[in-house]
Design a protein around this ligand. Structure first.
Ligand code: SAM
Length: 323
């Protein structure tokens, strides 16, 4: 966000690449990424649209993806493939901590992560802090899981800035899950070193933070900047990945960070197998394999841009002849 000295240039206003934008040209909803690629989703009906104090909230009913939630015209979840993202963002950290009882979700207003967290019997309390209550209320009207998980006595839903909330929670949580929008608007505050330092302080000894960390295919500089910020706050930082078809490039990444725990240190195989029986993506082998990274992503994590030469040859820059 312009003017925030604590935000690396690669994260300002959504990054060096043009941020994702979307528009509805009936019967299609299009999300455009990096100013050069579009995902088209055929719409049956636009079921809801409003502008809250934070963002534009839209729900579409679509022919192939079921219902789709967009925020500021960017796809947040589709009923068809949200299971990949929510299962991997939740079960990887929760199954790698022994008996996690206290969980914090920052963002996650669609309650997909909350649904998956509550499937762990050892969870005693889960606090979900989303800055925009309207996201949860609108999703409660359209996605069957929301009302069910909200009613769970272990769940506490709060509606405030997650960065402010976590700063008041020293040593409170076993796992913190950052399920944020992209680094723009209110979301940018969830990608800074200062925020990650507060998250680190909010964890109990052996605690783990995971966060969604965007696409290394289409915006390597943003991913490198995010991991750079996280490394400033945590001693052990790893990356894992999963395919999310309706996110830009379809190759999505996550960060696994801790003061003193690495992903391979512990896996509660029995609990992972139990929770996997209700999953469509997650299982213990997928858990382990998700940390096996392709070479280009390893280069990105080293702060290099594996596409630099390619982009120099192919990207339409100022003055380049566009076909
Ligand atoms: N899975 C989606 C993705 O990867 O883009 C994110 C889904 S979730 C709907 C993102 C949530 O982050 C939104 O509900 C938004 O209101 C919330 N959010 C954005 N900035 C926030 C902040 N500073 N504190 C708490 N929640 C925030």
């Amino acid at each position: 966000m312009k003017g925030r000295a604590d935000v690396p240039e690669a994260l300002v206003d959504g990054g060096l690449m043009p941020g994702s934008t979307g528009f509805f040209e009936p019967p299609w909803f299009y999300e455009e990424a990096v100013g050069a690629a579009r995902l088209g989703i055929r719409v049956q009906a636009r079921l809801h649209e409003e502008t809250s104090a934070c963002q534009k909230i839209t729900i579409y009913d679509t022919t192939f993806f079921g219902k789709v939630l967009t925020l500021d015209d960017v796809v947040m979840l589709t009923e068809r493939d949200e299971f990949v993202y929510h299962e991997m963002l939740v079960h990887v950290p929760l199954c790698s901590v022994d008996e996690p009882g206290e969980i914090l979700i920052i963002g996650g207003g669609d309650c997909g992560c909350l649904r998956e967290v509550l499937r762990h019997p050892c969870v005693k309390r889960v606090v979900q802090v989303d800055i925009d209550e309207r996201v949860t209320r609108v999703c409660g009207e359209h996605f069957a899981w929301v009302r069910r998980v909200e009613a769970d006595p272990r769940a506490e839903l709060r509606f405030e800035d997650g960065a402010a909330y976590v700063g008041r929670q020293a040593g409170a949580f076993d796992v913190v899950i950052v399920d944020s929008t992209d680094p723009k608007g209110p979301g940018v505050g969830l990608f800074t070193r200062g925020f990650y330092a507060e998250v680190a302080r909010s964890l109990k000894p052996g605690g783990v933070m995971v966060a969604q960390t965007e696409s290394p295919h289409w915006d390597p500089a943003m991913v490198a900047a995010i991991f750079g910020e996280i490394r400033g706050a945590f001693g052990r930082v790893s990356a894992y990945q999963a395919p999310v078809p309706t996110y830009p490039s379809g190759h999505w990444t996550f960060c696994y960070a801790s003061a003193d725990r690495s992903p391979g240190d512990f896996l509660d195989e029995e609990r992972a197998l139990g929770v996997a029986r209700g999953c469509r993506y997650y299982n213990p082998l997928v858990h382990k394999a998700s940390f096996a990274l392709p070479n280009f992503f390893i280069e990105v994590l080293r702060g290099e841009n594996p596409f630099q030469e390619f982009d120099a040859r192919h990207r339409l820059g100022p003055g380049a002849e566009s076909t």
